[in-house]
Ligand binder design. Structure first.
Ligand SMILES: [Zn+2]
Length: 331
């Protein structure tokens, strides 16, 4: 059965004037609670805080020390976008920890899950918290899956922003395949087509920068022609999704034009590869729209067959991306 994971203590990581508020998670949880199917999903909470040792599987001692130093501050800024209040450090640790438990549950029981993760994670590099992200939840989860015996972890990132942190952490690894589409040019500026990995990781980073206004039809084509054929050939043991809903049309921090049902369709395509799919909330700032996309994703996790495709239109980047990956994949 599909499960939901959430750290109630993440509610204390909140600055109401900032776009990344606790109300985002509340809106999603309320939608799950009032949905006939999702309201029956078991809710997993953290058994404890993430330890320093667990964090250092991905992050540097310097990043951890920086978070520790601000753990009691009210209103610290780690960069112009990234706040900490008292409770933020524990929120990040509880959320990252429940992400590891979600991976355990998914691997042990072959179950999919959705982690209502706050603070988000995909911009945090090994050494630096940034872009609203303190610890990289998905990277910690991917490393944990490998430590638990998974051999191939696929990370699919559909946030409107490039997941520079996740890419950076696994850039030289051939056991984590990172696939991202994102608006370009846009924050944080990384994620070009020719960023395909280094050393053993060559070919294991796939980036599709998309122009403003790109919608479902182009992303559907990109998945059908590049991301999914690679995923099928590679046969991941587990799929982790960086579920950023700021790629929805009209997002105040976005510029892509995806519709809420399309999020279910994307997740459904990966869910068809394996039941071990765990989604992690990243961005998404329209309180009335993100619950629709999140519901669509959990419905796809639970019942992947019900998301038919629609029109396709090749994104301009598609052939360039196939070319950049031609030495590594038959696409
Ligand atoms: Zn984002």
């Amino acid at each position: 059965m599909t499960f939901v994971a959430f750290d109630p203590a993440s509610r204390r990581h909140d600055v109401p004037s900032h776009p990344e508020t606790a109300a985002r998670a509340e809106a999603i949880l309320a939608a799950f609670a009032s949905d006939a199917r999702a309201s029956s999903f078991p809710l997993l909470g953290p058994d404890r805080l993430l330890t320093r040792e667990e964090a250092l599987r991905v992050h540097t001692p310097r990043l951890w020390l920086n978070l520790e130093n601000h753990a009691r501050d009210e209103g610290a800024l780690l960069d112009p976008d990234t706040y900490m209040v008292a409770g933020s450090f524990d929120a990040a640790r509880g959320t990252a920890r429940v992400g590891l438990q979600a991976v355990d549950r998914s691997l042990e029981h072959s179950e999919p899950g959705f982690v209502v993760a706050r603070p988000p994670g995909h911009h945090a590099t090994a050494d630096r918290s940034m872009g609203f992200c303190l610890l990289n939840n998905v990277a910690l989860a991917a490393r944990h899956a490998l430590d638990r015996g998974a051999h191939r972890v696929l990370v699919f990132d559909h946030d409107v922003h490039h997941g520079n942190g996740t890419q950076d952490i696994f850039y030289g690894s051939c056991d984590v395949l990172y696939q991202s589409f994102h608006l370009a040019p846009h924050y944080p500026g990384t994620g070009a087509v020719d960023e395909t990995g280094s050393g053993d990781g060559q070919g294991f980073t796939m980036n599709a920068p998309l122009p403003k206004g790109t919608g479902d039809a182009e992303v559907r084509s990109l998945l059908a022609n590049v991301f999914l054929p690679a995923a099928r050939a590679w046969r991941p043991d587990v799929v982790l999704v960086s579920s950023g809903f700021d790629s929805l049309a009209e997002d105040p921090l976005g510029g892509l034009e995806l519709t809420a049902p399309f999020f279910g369709e994307m997740v459904s395509a990966f869910r068809a590869l394996t039941p071990r799919v765990v989604c992690f909330l990243e961005g998404g700032y329209q309180l009335d729209e993100i619950p629709k996309a999140a519901l669509s994703e959990v419905h796809a996790l639970d019942d992947p067959g019900r998301f038919p495709g629609g029109k396709t239109r090749a994104a301009p980047v598609e052939s360039a991306l196939r070319g950049a990956l031609a030495d590594h994949w038959s696409l």
